[in-house]
Design a protein around this ligand. Structure first.
Ligand code: DD3
Length: 321
């Protein structure tokens, strides 16, 4: 972090400051140069780009992943969007039907950008479109194949520790139970800009650092899971006025980072990774552990991997996929 900021100081001066306290990141992004489109989705209005950033006279720049996404409409700004500050161009007219292009003022035409910088080869590959495959992982497969694979990879989760230690995003924390064993931090996932409830997305990150995923859970962890479920629901109800029966609360398996966390998304939002091959509802997880303390040690769990995922290769080598 600190190193990145010093890199950027010469660039920063040239650029106008931005609000939201994102001046540095904003000026960093202003140096971005397009390298390649990794993936795009017309339906989701999103594009994943491999770029170079921080390039100047004596610096050749480093790799970046830049995710650009059109933000959802906000009811509160709709009338402004339709009024005479927006340029309208008629595209076609036929009977009672017509289509237009609108050119709204800048504050109504924002695009959200998520930046990974410097990005590794792995970050870049992660967003490349690829064929998907299912893996059925037994408890033994987990212990013999997946766990050694996870341990051999050095996935950095420094950003998780930064949140838990209040070194980053401290002002964004919605709720905290500080108990080292059964406590957690609830924070908006950065996929959500908190400007509209439609795509509400928060994550609960547990304080203890010895739980990697669903697979590590036993009945011993039920108190932790119940805290996350109850306090997480209450905090979201209090802060966003969204009730528990409008929330989808779940784990991912495989998770994208191996520090136990729980996703809270709006039921109305078709969040990435909320389908059957990846999501495990927290309430179901708790019940399964109540019925069988070792449920997740023994069950075969099914999940999807991308064609070039090393985990798929590892399963193939073991003749399991
Ligand atoms: C991540 C999963 C991780 C690329 C991308 C995202 N919420 C985060 C750092 C800070 C955060 C998150 C890894 C990384 Cl695009 C690589 O996500 C984060 N802070 N999901 C919040 N609040």
């Amino acid at each position: 972090m600190a190193e990145k900021q010093t890199d950027l100081s010469p660039v920063k001066k040239r650029l106008r400051p931005e609000k939201d306290g994102e001046g540095k990141a904003g000026s960093l992004l202003a140096t971005a140069q397009l390298n390649k489109v990794l993936r795009e989705s017309a339906r989701e209005k999103i594009v994943f780009v491999h770029g170079k950033m921080g390039k100047d006279a004596d610096n050749e720049g480093k790799d970046a992943v830049i995710i650009l996404e059109k933000t959802p409409f906000k009811e509160s700004t709709l009338s402004e969007l339709l009024n005479n500050h927006t340029e309208l161009r008629l595209q076609m007219q036929n009977d009672i039907y017509s289509t237009y292009h609108l050119y709204p003022p800048p504050h109504l035409s924002e695009i959200k950008a998520t930046v990974v910088y410097p990005a590794t080869e792995k970050h870049i590959r992660k967003y490349l479109w690829q064929e998907l495959y299912l893996i059925h992982e037994s408890g033994d497969d987990y212990r013999n194949i997946t766990l050694p694979y996870i341990e051999s990879q050095s996935f950095s989760i420094q950003w998780v520790y930064n949140i838990l230690e209040k070194k980053a995003e401290a002002d964004r924390i919605i709720h905290e139970n500080p108990d080292p064993e059964n406590g957690f931090v609830l924070i908006p996932d950065f996929k959500w800009d908190q400007k509209q409830m439609d795509d509400l997305y928060l994550i609960a990150i547990c304080h203890r650092r010895d739980l990697k995923s669903l697979r590590d859970l036993t009945s011993d962890h039920i108190p932790l899971l119940k805290n996350i479920l109850q306090e997480g629901r209450e905090a979201i109800q209090r802060k966003y006025n969204m009730r528990e029966n409008q929330l989808r609360i779940y784990f991912h398996y495989q998770p994208s980072y191996y520090h136990l966390h729980v996703h809270f998304t709006a039921l109305s939002y078709d969040a990435p990774g909320c389908s059957v091959e990846r999501a495990h509802l927290l309430c179901d997880v708790i019940q399964n552990l109540e019925l069988d303390p070792n449920y997740f040690k023994n069950r075969t769990l099914t999940f999807v991997v991308k064609a070039d995922d090393l985990l798929l290769q590892t399963f193939k080598d073991a003749r399991k996929a």
